[in-house]
Structure formats: structure tokens, C-alpha cells
Design a protein around this ligand. Sequence first.
Ligand SMILES: [Zn+2]
Length: 302
Amino acid sequence: MAAPVIDAHVHLYPPDVNRDPAAWAAVHGESQWSRMCVRTRKATGRPVQDFPSVDELLRDMDAAGVERAVLLGWYWQNQTTCVAQNRFYAECVRAHPDRLSAFATVQANAGEVALDEVRRAKNDGLIGLGELSPHSQGVAVDDERWLALMTLAGELGMPVNLHVTEPESAAYPGRVETPLADFRAMARAFPQVRFILAHWGGRIWRATGEAGGRLPGNVWVDTAATPLLYGGGEAGIWREGLAACGPERVVWGTDYPLALYPTEPDKPTMAGFLAETRMKVSATEAGGLLGGTVGRLLKTSR
Ligand SMILES: [Zn+2]
């Protein structure tokens, strides 16, 4: 029997964010998030995303045939926002343990306060860290506060999802450079941490490293936002990524509720991308990619 489908890259926001995202961001000093998520696309005039409730997410999962979603936090500028998101996610998981898992988010610059929040979130049922972006959150990857955070993730057995920008991708509002060498260095420095590098890890296999193009043993990549970042139609990124990483190192994620098909407004993100994925990969590859691999990864995180 095929493993249940798991969407490993989903974002949700608390009701007070959803009510008026732009106003909320202004009041809470989250300008970076606002630039990326609360805007319309110039080409289509449509919002880049909606702000669904947890019930709407569950309905979209049902419609797509997705069994479980992994809720990822955002790389917020402020630690207080991270705490609010973690509390909201803990509630979501308590209400729907059969459908939802969640990762915690922190602002590493908050130092001990961030480390305490990770411990608290773990006790509250959150099972990983992410989506974090040290580059966007203004903390150097060799800063001792970042190193302490990764050390703790390793001690607690929490996988870490990191935002990675493809070096060759087009400009978009809020785009931040994330040098691929930094991720290789992190994976080497923290062999006990399982890293999931978002957006195909920015094609990290193309970066030259000590081990050539191969992925370090503790690194996975996810497929979030593939149609937007790597174009639809062509099988290019799928063939290149699966060959370079090995199919057992790629986990399927959408970046829901981001609109992945802006020029096809009737094509829903989750169901649409699942159908597209099934066309792009073989049945054998699909088993691990769509849920088997991340299912194993999450099981060892509980
Ligand atoms: Zn994301």
C-alpha cells in the first residue's frame, strides 16, 4: 500500500494575523514578511497568497488527498512573534493530532530566550525547527547564538528546516541571498542535526564543496514552491534534483498557502502541485517523495 501523502511545507497564521495581514505586520514590526507574503503580483494583480484558517487547510488537504501537513513557522524578525506562532501551532496540533504536525520558530538573536522557547515548544508537542533563515533574520551562521540553537536542535532530536534561495533565481520582493556554502558548513558542523533545505536547497548540489555535488548524509531537500521558482512544464528540476540528491533525500512540500499557479487561478496549490508531481516522477520515486521519507524523519522526532 502506498504511504499516506504528507505535505512537509505548509504555513498557517493565527486569526489575528489573517484578519488584516498588512496592518498586523505594521503593528508587529514584521516588514520583511509583509513584503513577501502580503502583496499582489505585478503581472496578474492577484495576491501572492490567501490566509486560510486551520479548517480551510484541512478542507484543502481533503480535496487534494493529503493525509498530514507539517506546519512550518516563519522566519520572523521578532522573538515575540515566534512565540505567538508556536502557541498557535501547538493548539492546531492538539486539535488535529491525526492530520497536523508542527515545527517551532525562533529568532536566534534572542539568545537564551530563544533556546528556552525551543525547549518549551518541544514540550508543547512541536517536533522540529523551521522554517528558519539566519540570513533573513540577521544572525550570522557562525554567531554563537546560532551555533547554540543548532546544538540544542541536535540534543533534542529536532530536524531543522531552513529557507534557501536559489542563487540563480529571479528577483522577488524580500529575496535574500543565502550562500550555499553556509548550508554545507552547517551540515558538516552539526552531523547530529537533520537538515531539510527548502526549495530544493537552492540546488545545493551545484555548489562546489569538499564532497563534490553529493548531499551530506544529514541533509534532505524539500520541493516547496517548485512551480514558481523552477518553472512548470519542464521535467528539469525533478530529474536533476532526484538524480543529484537521490529520491530518498527529497521530501514533498508545497509552500501552501502560497499561490503556486498565479496564471491559473482555478488550480489550487495543494491538489494542483500533487497532480503535477505525480506526472513528473515515477511511481517508485513517488512513494518516498510524497510521504514515506518524511514520515520516517518525523517518527524519529517525536
Ligand atoms: Zn516556506
